[in-house]
Design a protein around this ligand. Sequence first.
Ligand code: NAD
Length: 504
Amino acid sequence: MTAIAREATVAVVGAGTMGRGIAQVAAMAGHPVRLHDNRPGAAEAACAEIAQALARLVGTRRMEAQARDAVLARLAPAESLEDLGHAALVVEAIVEDLEAKRSLFAELELLLDDEAIFATNTSSISVTAIAAGLRRPGRVVGMHFFNPAPLMRLVEVVAGLETDPAVVAAVEATARAWGKHPVRARSTPGFIVNRVARPFYGEALLLLEEGAADAATLDAVYRDCGGFRMGPLELTDLIGQDVNAAVTRSVFEAFHHDPRYRPSWLQRELVAAGRLGRKSGRGFYDYAEGAQRPAPAALPPGPPPRRVRIEGCLGYAEGLRGRIRAAGLALEEAEGPEGRIVLDGAVIRPSDGRTATERAAASGEPLLLVDLALDYAETKRLVFAAAGQAGPGALAAAAGLAAALGCEATAVEDSPGLVLLRTVAMLANEAADAVRLGVCSEAGVDEAMRLGVNYPLGPLAWARRIGLAAVVSVLDGLAAWYRDPRYRCSPWLRRAALTAHPDS
Ligand code: NAD
């Protein structure tokens, strides 16, 4: 199936944040675009804002003035829905309300050609439900752009139960022709990104509720060790605590209160207090002028270890070996049944999903667990959790090692899977279940998370890098510790771990 023709008119209904961006994208791709809003003056104002956005592109030499003029000549506000009569594709970006979207499409059905495609930019409403009751439900498809639409490359192309496969293919090809990266999704709660991202917020909120670390420390772990542009808590401050909580609640309710999506009471408290984040001046952090962001917790750097012994394979933390070798410490390397780093007064092991305290009870070691890092060669922070039996000397020894490697050392409470490892395991679990339930392909889920929310790696690619068996072990450790079905491992992931080649 090919994209809709470049000369074909695209109608955009709803001239708010998203509609304005989508109209700009379609006009820049060469289509005549008609933009309609039922709020008087809104479509005209949106066209003026698009003109300003293009002027900025011209001002910074990212667009020729002539090209800008041609785009603006193709773009016009539409007074009424009747003025959209010749559109081949309509993208609705009106209020997030099922009845409003249904009645808009019912009205458009009387005005547009039978072949016209009806795309919805809904983030959370079933595409099947929006299409239900129309004469031609097969023409309705989700075309879910991300904010800001002109910049974000991902478009989720969402098929409802009745969507004609040819319509899905046409919208996919059209999104590609517009310079976007389409990923197909089945109409299910949250589609791909808003579903798979839930654990990013959910696990950080739970760790904060439990007092595993404070907000600034948790955010620093995700940024410094995980390579995320923002930590989950500061990101919810940007999104708005009310908006983020509403998305979680909508996914939780749509999945019949599955504990995997259970909303956070702490976030509800923030909303109740009006601490909505940046827009209200305060959320997890204070945005008042001159307010200081609290520093993440860090252990005082200790003296470098006199000797380091690495035994066995460190698994996903093997990258630490190269970093230790490069630091020029007195290093001894030996075979061993299990990977560990032995210092004077401390033994460091990669987390396997059990708590340090549990493992120390069996081994009798002054045990510390080290958290995952996206890249141990580059990370500027190492995160440790000490067994209850280990004593303060163990953390001081780890801080000395971290300092010798040029890293800050952070201690968090002894939680299963620590911070980053636990979160990545849960993201991979959610991604695996989305694949299992036919929401999207394995490649699709990874592309969607990289392009839709800028994750440094797709969750399944990250899980494969860690090792699928290790990820399953973390989930099983969490499930055993909390006895909470939230942490049940996706059958897809468990099967993939059992059938994966040992070296893959
Ligand atoms: P918005 O409030 O900025 O804009 C909505 C616009 O639609 C308003 O200008 C409003 O006047 C107009 N409108 C409302 N009902 C209408 C109707 N019946 N006919 C014509 N115009 C109508 O909202 P937004 O953030 O642009 O979101 C629009 C849609 O896009 C929603 O479905 C939302 O879930 C989805 N979405 C939003 C984002 C985001 O980050 N804001 C991202 C992806 C998808």
